[in-house]
Design a protein around this ligand. Structure first.
Ligand SMILES: Cc1cc2nc3c(=O)[nH]c(=O)nc-3n(C[C@H](O)[C@H](O)[C@H](O)COP(=O)(O)OP(=O)(O)OC[C@H]3O[C@@H](n4cnc5c(N)ncnc54)[C@H](O)[C@@H]3O)c2cc1C
Length: 418
């Protein structure tokens, strides 16, 4: 049984209503295509809800960069706030770890940084346009993002600044006084700061995704809330099996974030997707001690972002199975450290857990599935998917329409792994 609108052939079904899927759906509507967006939850309820809300101009350096090697001894202790790993998972996924580490060389950094620079630049432009169009302009803050060190890390900060400058990305080096002038309500514990001046942030990433989804619906798109069971080739198109029936379209976009590999396996695609899990906890702010922008405590390995509901503290990476039980050890370790930066009150709500979907080269897959026409892959956005969702969506919509993506999408081709 098909429950598409009677007699009408849908052009595109987008699977997953996180920032990536909502963006693809909206961009496809903008090209005049008929689009159904499907998710089992409300738009923006999973990874795109719980992130740190940073629209980062400067996140062009992949996580697996040469400096990772010098951090490894500390990470191997399995006690570092930046990284915890499950030994059983690591043994089962040793192949993924080797491939991930093999990318952490100088020669592998530049091409990926250039690729990410294109994707991020195009995406920030769209975010700034869409957030106003979606009537959510009040949620974006153009106050930058502060990375801060407690030690005399001036060399490290200057190196990062020089690297960013090569790509035309602006930042400002700050000393203790300048940091205090910028963020008057934090304690003067940081000796060095690097302010990413072209970075923005939002006060509720989940609400921003919901606003983009409303914009999509307002442009004539259809949103279905349903569990997606399978995707099956169907003539020259696709059939998507939902909990309560099936729908068909010429094109299907897989934008299921950390769940993307599951539905592709029956089609013969083994996606090397790992899960960098992360946690957040929000806290009641002290109104006299508010933060003006997100702060990344470089040595503490946590972030603090002022959000609508309070100060959101986000943890580092936990490498394990996507659905393994939560371990709050990293969050418990960083919260007292965060309290030593700024005063805040009691926890608001429960701790949240999500999974950053990561491929071995830390770049997402954006493009056609190699062995199936009309199947488009759009996932693996790791630490920067909230930033890069809009241009990813615009690229997928352009490719479906046979047009040029707004950045060089070749480095993101799914064919590199499938
Ligand atoms: C702690 C943390 C902090 C982060 N901070 C930032 C940041 O500051 N800036 C930034 O740019 N990025 C950040 N990220 C990364 C970013 O959040 C992700 O890369 C991004 O949200 C991924 O979006 P997505 O649309 O691919 O996935 P998701 O938002 O997870 O969307 C996937 C959707 O698929 C749906 N789905 C899955 N399976 C099914 C099924 N079978 N049937 C129906 N629906 C299904 C889910 O319900 C979900 O809504 C952070 C991530 C974490 C974990």
């Amino acid at each position: 049984m098909s429950d598409n609108v009677a007699g009408k052939q849908t052009d595109v079904i987008v699977l997953g209503a996180g920032i990536v899927g909502v963006s693809a759906a909206y961009a496809a509507r903008q090209r005049g295509l008929s689009v159904i967006l499907v998710d089992r939850r409300e738009p923006g309820s999973e990874t795109s809800y719980g992130n740190a809300g940073i629209l980062s101009s400067g996140s062009i350096l992949p996580i697996n960069k040469p400096s990772l090697w010098s951090s490894l001894p500390a990470y191997l202790t399995n006690r570092h706030a930046a990284l915890r790993w499950d030994p059983a998972w690591s043994l089962r996924n040793i192949d993924w770890i080797v491939r991930f580490l093999a990318n952490a060389t100088n020669s592998h950094v530049r091409p990926r940084a250039t690729a990410l620079h294109g994707l991020i630049g195009a995406s920030l432009k769209l975010h700034r346009e869409w957030i106003v169009k979606a009537d959510a302009g009040q949620r974006i803050r153009e106050t930058g993002w502060l990375k801060a060190w407690r030690s005399e890390a001036i060399g490290e900060a200057k190196e990062e600044q020089a690297f960013l400058a090569e790509y035309g990305i602006e930042s400002q080096l700050l000393d203790r006084q300048a940091i205090s002038a910028l963020e008057p309500n934090i304690l003067p514990i940081y000796k060095v700061g690097l302010l990413h001046t072209q970075t923005a942030s939002v006060d509720s990433p989940g609400e921003v995704v919901k606003a983009y989804a409303r914009m999509f619906a307002g442009s004539g798109g259809e949103i279905r809330q349903s569990d997606i069971k399978a995707i099956v080739p169907d003539g020259d198109g696709w059939r998507v099996l939902l909990a309560e029936g099936g729908i068909s379209a010429r094109h299907v976009v897989v934008a299921l974030g950390p769940w993307s590999a599951d539905l592709l396996r029956p089609l013969g695609y083994r996606v090397p997707l790992a899960f960098e899990r992360g946690y957040h906890q929000e806290f009641t702010p002290n109104p006299a001690r508010s933060l003006l922008r997100p702060i990344h405590d470089a040595e503490g390995s946590f972030l603090m972002t002022p959000m609508e509901r309070g100060i959101r503290v986000t943890s580092g990476v936990e490498l394990t199975d996507r659905d393994a039980p939560s371990s709050l050890a990293q969050l418990d370790a960083v919260v007292p450290v965060a309290r030593s930066v700024v005063e805040f009150g009691a926890a608001v709500g429960e701790p949240w857990r999500g999974a950053r979907p990561t491929l071995p080269d830390s770049l997402p897959m954006i493009g056609p599935a190699p062995r199936h026409s009309g199947l488009w892959l759009s996932f693996g956005h790791q630490h920067i998917g909230f930033t890069t969702g809009p241009a990813t969506g615009a690229a997928i919509a352009a490719m479906i329409a046979g047009a040029q993506p707004p950045f060089n999408a070749a480095p993101f081709s799914p064919g590199r792994y499938l």
